[in-house]
Design a binder for this molecule. Structure first.
Ligand SMILES: [Zn+2]
Length: 384
């Protein structure tokens, strides 16, 4: 057994100062104020020294870790996230893989999940294949721009049905409902997101009864459908904002480039901390920072064919995203854990983690007030 003492416990909606948390058999056995919660004899004592102890972070959308893509080497990508407090991560292949490449990638991730290096991988988030081919970095290389055909997608569904928790799609793609139904046949609990899309709100809402409940990197790679010149149209962002059932993924980088700090505050006001999911969307390909952006350390830039500059994911880990979200929106550390652990775990069905509660997995981080992670505990074992 282990006991974390002198902890400020971060609960779902409040703090417990001067707290203690007991770990037994990899699970949270007990917690509370130190003066009323007995520490069993023989416990290994971990002194949190007054720092915050919250649930391990849950990153549902990340393509890479430490400069290595999950689709290449998941065993190398996953540990760097664990060292930053992410105790559960969904490995995210890109949308440019062919059917055989997807299958090989899924097999690699499955093998990694059974190894010590991949123990924080909790499944797969499929960013594709059926996004709108007009969106995404390197979109000209998208092999899935043609018609939706079962002979292309069914082998991918079959290969990953037990691991894939989320599929990103463009609801405007012709024939998308066939794909959605087949994906649900393989896994009735699978979730869908609208992403890399310019669907109308009606096209998005039509898929909500089938499990569409997330907006992928809200306000990034989402279109605009103006009906009249000089009039803002309604499109993906508006549908995500307007439907309370839809959670909004947010990339919160330090400079507020993916999502302007003002926009982050607006999204927080509209969606609330109970409907926002922070993601890293970490990628690996990095061009040089363009002139004037030397200070930006947590974004990947790409050069476009026309010589212009685009952004292409981040170098973020989720603890940094939590720190930035607090900075840009004024959220508290309780709110940061809500959007960085509780919400994402809940949405993708990881029901045994994401908060401090008796009986849940002892996935925990010890952190200062700026989410500088001091210690990481996974299934009761100290990893950092
Ligand atoms: Zn992504």
């Amino acid at each position: 057994m282990k006991a974390i003492i002198n902890a400020t416990l971060v609960m779902k909606d409040h703090l417990i100062p001067d707290g203690v948390l007991i770990i037994e058999d990899g699970k949270i056995a007990d917690f509370g104020e130190m003066r009323t919660t007995p520490v069993p004899e023989g416990c290994d004592i971990i002194d949190a020294k007054g720092l915050y102890v919250g649930p391990g972070l849950v990153d549902i959308h990340s393509h890479a870790g430490g400069g290595v893509r999950f689709e290449q080497d998941p065993k190398k990508a996953a540990p760097s996230h664990l060292q930053h407090g992410t105790t559960s991560i969904l490995a995210t292949p890109g949308y440019r893989l062919t059917t055989p490449e997807y299958i090989a990638c899924i097999d690699r991730i499955r093998e990694a999940m059974q190894s010590p290096e991949g123990e924080n991988i909790a499944g797969i988030y499929m960013e594709g294949p059926y996004i709108n081919p007009n969106f995404g970095s390197l979109k000209h290389l998208n092999p899935w721009a043609g018609p939706i055909r079962a002979e292309d997608y069914q082998p991918v569904i079959d290969a990953g049905a037990d691991l894939i928790r989320v599929w990103v799609l463009g609801p405007e793609r012709e024939g998308i409902l066939d794909f959605v139904k087949d994906a649900r046949k393989a896994n009735p609990n699978v979730k869908f997101t609208v992403g890399h899309s310019e669907a109308s709100p009606q096209q998005i809402e039509a898929l909500m009864p089938y499990g569409l409940c997330i907006g992928t990197h809200h306000t990034n790679a989402t279109g605009d459908l103006p009906k009249y010149p000089e009039c803002r149209g309604v499109c993906v962002d508006e549908a995500v904002n307007n439907n309370r059932e839809i959670y909004a993924e947010l990339i919160s980088d330090s400079a507020g480039i993916h999502v302007d700090p003002y926009m982050q505050r607006l999204i927080r006001r509209i969606k609330g901390d109970d409907r926002i999911i922070l993601i890293s969307d970490q990628t690996s390909h990095a061009a040089m920072n363009p002139p004037g952006f030397d200070h930006v350390t947590d974004i990947n830039f790409t050069l476009m064919e026309n010589g212009g500059i685009d952004i292409s994911g981040s170098k973020l880990y989720l603890n940094g995203a939590c720190r930035n979200y607090m900075k840009h929106t004024g959220a508290s550390i309780v709110d940061a854990f809500r959007v960085g652990s509780y919400n994402p775990a809940k949405v993708v069905g990881l029901t045994d983690r994401g908060e401090i509660r008796k009986g849940l997995r002892a996935d925990l981080v010890i952190t200062d007030h700026q989410m500088n992670i001091q210690s990481v505990i996974l299934k009761g074992e100290v990893k950092l």
